[in-house]
Design a protein around this ligand. Structure first.
Ligand code: G1P
Ligand code: ZN
Length: 543
């Protein structure tokens, strides 16, 4: 086997975003593109020599080819061992678990999450640390710096490694262990949740539907929900991962998982339904006739987690990303829990989880998780919900209504404007930033602004500071609008407008969210001039 050094030169734009490097698949397949970035990862983490890494991805187009390149480069860089999911598959949470369980030096996850896959769609690579969590900015900055100076990379010349069978092989000096991608993860879920109770619930005629959206959670959900918990065969839909996710967006929200939403809103609806995204870290929760917003789901899980064996001793604290609704804060206040507000992106929860300051955390973008891994975890959220339902024996709708009565309801919605001209979007944000210091005291739509700022986060564990994390406009009555630009998009800019209003009158808690938020939607336009800046009348997506 020959080790080669290939001459290359820096390629522009290899800056990791909210969650690793994401680009069009064709870009990733371009000459040296993947190789340069992998070489930069080795440099950013202080070399690969002698190290053990986990490798897997969500099965999207190019996943298998990229895995072979990464293996050949790891062998050339002197890595001691690679633990690879069979078929180069691993959900993001399963990869996080494997990294931790095996005490490795980290892992590479191939995914563009909920973005579509295929030759004309998206691909991505992210590096996770030995704690199982996404690389922090300090590391991704080093990786980015290395992409700007790379002049060569090392790779061995070899046949493809057989990743189709579980077992141990070698690639030159490097050991390659191919593992069942589901087994360890399923075992962890059995430790955390009362599988007997859930089995009992399902055996009693409680019907569920899980949409794997042709993505990586198919095999996980089939094994756990159908085989181990006894859900009726076919409860897991779109269960076979395909390289283009069946031509759809593997994004579990009411737009892209509309079929599932229609199912629960229609006749003969199942009692509970859920979906997950491309790499299995996101979740959408539905009940008969109800859609549970991710922010509400986080709050409900925080209020009920103690009903599951893994969390019976209570929570150390909780955290949410800044744009996530403050429904969680209400639960934390009632229970006397610390609540942390972090910038968008799971990586900011890592330190809090590692330090034992929080047990549970989540984001409005359909991400919920706990200290069991260092990524958000779609199936975990589904199983915690099922555990809660099995103990409480109430419907999802009843649980939501009781939750709002007890804690109040935070009406919430996110409006996305996609593919906006990047320059114009930046201009809008700059204008908001300039205006913010003078906004407090202004009255918009009859409500007084209490605070307006550009969110900055001081990490209480390592003292690092992250600035420009979104513009927050908070009203005196608790309503709130947040503006930020996406850090994961691949075309132009995506403007996200997060709208929130608080309702404590039980008589007014059953309204449609868009309707209830109409005054905040108007206020957002008045404050930011979205139409004038973006040229758009309506958002592309409302979640
Ligand atoms: C989006 C979500 C964010 C999530 C990230 C990765 O990032 O908003 O909550 O952590 O995807 O799944 P954004 O595009 O907003 O930067
Ligand atoms: Zn994802």
């Amino acid at each position: 086997m020959e080790r080669m050094t290939v001459q290359t030169q820096p390629i522009e734009g290899q800056k990791p975003g909210t969650s690793g490097l994401r680009k069009k698949t064709r870009v990733f397949m371009g000459p040296h593109y993947l190789e340069n970035f992998v070489q930069a990862i080795w440099e950013g983490i202080g070399g690969a020599a002698g190290k053990t890494f986990v490798l897997g991805g969500d099965g999207r187009y190019f996943n298998d080819r990229a895995a072979q390149v990464i293996l050949r480069m790891a062998a050339a860089a002197g890595a001691g061992k690679m633990i690879v999911g069979q078929g180069a598959l691993l959900s993001t949470p399963a990869a996080s678990h494997l990294i931790r369980k095996r005490g490795t030096d980290g892992g590479i996850v191939m995914s563009a999450s909920h973005n579509p896959g295929g030759p004309e769609e998206d691909f991505g690579i992210k590096f996770n640390m030995p704690n199982g969590g996404p690389a922090p900015e300090e590391v991704t900055n080093r990786i980015f710096a290395a992409t700007k100076t790379v002049t060569s990379y090392d790779i061995v010349e070899a046949q493809d490694v057989d990743l189709s069978t579980v077992g141990v092989t070698r690639l030159g000096e490097m050991e390659v262990e191919v593992v069942d991608p589901v087994a360890d993860y399923a075992a962890l879920m059995e430790e955390l949740f009362d599988f007997d109770a859930i089995r009992g619930l399902l055996a009693g005629g409680f019907r569920i539907a899980f949409d794997a959206m042709h993505a990586v959670t198919g095999p996980y959900a089939t094994e756990i929900l159908e085989r181990r918990l006894g859900a009726a065969p076919g409860s897991v839909r779109n269960a076979v991962p395909s390289s283009d996710f069946g031509g759809g967006h593997p994004d579990p929200n009411p737009i892209w998982a509309k079929e599932l939403v229609d199912l629960v809103m229609g006749e003969g609806a199942p009692d509970f339904a859920a979906a997950s995204d491309g790499d299995g870290d996101r979740n959408m929760i539905l009940g008969k006739g109800v859609y549970v917003t991710p922010s509400d789901s986080l709050a409900v899980l925080a209020a009920n987690a103690h009903l599951a064996p893994g969390y019976a001793k209570g929570l150390a604290g909780v955290a949410r990303s800044m744009p996530t609704s403050r429904a969680l804060d209400r639960v934390a206040a009632a229970k006397g829990l610390d609540v942390y507000e972090t910038p968008t992106g799971w990586k900011f929860f890592g330190n809090l989880l590692d330090a034992g300051r929080i047990t549970l955390c989540g984001e409005e973008s359909a991400g919920t998780g706990s200290d069991h891994v260092r990524e958000k975890d779609g199936l975990w959220a589904v199983l915690l919900w099922l555990n809660v339902l099995a103990v409480r024996r109430e419907s999802v709708a009843e649980i939501m209504a009781a939750h709002w009565r007890e804690f109040g309801r935070n009406y919430y919605s996110r409006h996305d404007y996609e593919g906006v001209d990047a320059g114009r979007a930046e201009e809008m944000m700059a204008a908001l930033r300039a205006a913010a210091p003078g906004m407090a005291g202004n009255v918009v739509g009859g409500r007084k602004i209490a605070q307006a700022d550009d969110f900055a986060y001081d990490d209480p564990v390592d003292g690092s500071r992250s600035e420009h994390q979104g513009m927050r406009i908070v009203f005196e009555d608790g309503a709130r609008i947040v503006f930020r630009l996406s850090g994961t998009g691949t075309v132009g800019a995506t403007l996200r407008v997060y709208l929130e209003d608080v309702e404590t009158d039980p008589a007014k808690m059953g309204r449609d969210a868009q309707e209830a938020l109409a005054p905040m939607i108007a206020a957002a336009e008045e404050i930011a001039g979205i139409r004038a800046h973006t040229g758009r009348d309506v958002p592309d997506v409302k979640t």
